[in-house]
Design a protein around this ligand. Structure first.
Ligand code: GLP
Length: 240
C-alpha cells in the first residue's frame, strides 16, 4: 500500500488525475473502474481540465461504474449514478457512452436483473479493470459493500445500512427518499482490479481509513480492510 498525503483535496485529486491520464495516454483501450460521490468531484474536474489542456483521447476507453441505486423514482433520475457520471465527467470528454457501463440501468428493473448478473463477466471480457477509483464510506464501505460483506462477493443486489442512507440523504429531499437497495460490484470484483486508487477526504473518513491502514487481515466489519494486501493500492488523502 502506498499512501500519499497532501494538504488539499484539490492537490490530492490532481495527483490521482495524473495517474489516470498517464494510463490513458499509455493504453488507449484502458479499462477504468469509476466511483461516484462528493469525494471524486474534484478528480473529475481535474480530469476534464487536463484532458482539454493535454488533448487526451478517451475514444477507446472503457469504463465500469461501481454501483447504482435501485428504485429511484422517475423524477429522481438526477440522483442516479448514471446522471452523476454523465454530468460530472462523460459529457465533457470524448468517451464513447456505449463503452460506459453501469450494473443496472436506472428505472428498469427487468433489464437490471439481466445486466448485473453478467457484470463481472463483462469486466473480465474487457480484459479486467486497469485502474479502479474508490471513495470510502464513513462506515468503511467501498462501492456499496456494507459491513458484513463477503470478501468473495461479486456484483449483486445489496441493502444499504441506516448509516449509509443517512450519509447519502444530503443529496435527497429527505432520508425517506434515499433508495434502500443498490446493485454494487462486490469486494472480489474490486480486488480483481490491477491498480486501485482510494481517495479519502475529511475527518469523517478518518476512522475508516485508519482501519484500512492498520489492517493485518480482512475484517468484515470494515469492508475497506479487504484492500490491505492488494498488490497495487494507492491511498491519496488529506488526512495526516
Ligand atoms: C457512496 C458510494 C461510494 C462512495 C461513498 C462515499 O455511498 N456508493 O462509492 O465512495 O458512499 O461517498 P462520498 O464520496 O460522498 O463521501
Amino acid at each position: 500500500m502506498k499512501i500519499i498525503t497532501s494538504d488539499s483535496k484539490l492537490a490530492c485529486s490532481a495527483h490521482a488525475a495524473d495517474i489516470i491520464l498517464n494510463e490513458i495516454k499509455r493504453n488507449k483501450k484502458a479499462v477504468l473502474g469509476l466511483a461516484t460521490g462528493s469525494t471524486v468531484e474534484d478528480l473529475y474536474d481535474c480530469l476534464i481540465k487536463k484532458t482539454k489542456s493535454d488533448g487526451v483521447d478517451w475514444s477507446g476507453i472503457r469504463s465500469f461504474n461501481l454501483d447504482e441505486y435501485v428504485g429511484l423514482k422517475e423524477d429522481e433520475y438526477n440522483q442516479s449514478y448514471r446522471y452523476f457520471m454523465d454530468s460530472k465527467l462523460f459529457d465533457h470528454i470524448n468517451i464513447n457512452k456505449a463503452n460506459t457501463n453501469f450494473p443496472i440501468k436506472v428505472n428498469d428493473k427487468a433489464e437490471a436483473n439481466q445486466s448485473f448478473a453478467n457484470y463481472d463477466e463483462a469486466i473480465k471480457n474487457a480484459g479486467g479493470i486497469d485502474i479502479q477509483v474508490l471513495g470510502i464510506g464513513n462506515n468503511g464501505h467501498i462501492a456499496f459493500n456494507e459491513p458484513g460483506s463477503s470478501i468473495d462477493s461479486l456484483t449483486r443486489c445489496v441493502q444499504l445500512t441506516p448509516s449509509t442512507i443517512k450519509a447519502n440523504s444530503r443529496f435527497f429531499a429527505s432520508e425517506d427518499d434515499v433508495p434502500k437497495l443498490a446493485i454494487s460490484m462486490g469486494l472480489r470484483s474490486i480486488l480483481n482490479s490491477k491498480k486501485i486508487i482510494l481517495l479519502a477526504f475529511g475527518e469523517n473518513k478518518r476512522e475508516a481509513l485508519n482501519h484500512l491502514i492498520n489492517a493485518k487481515s480482512f475484517d468484515p466489519n470494515w469492508p475497506c480492510t479487504c484492500l490491505h494486501n492488494h498488490s497495487d493500492l494507492i491511498v491519496i488523502t488529506d488526512l495526516k
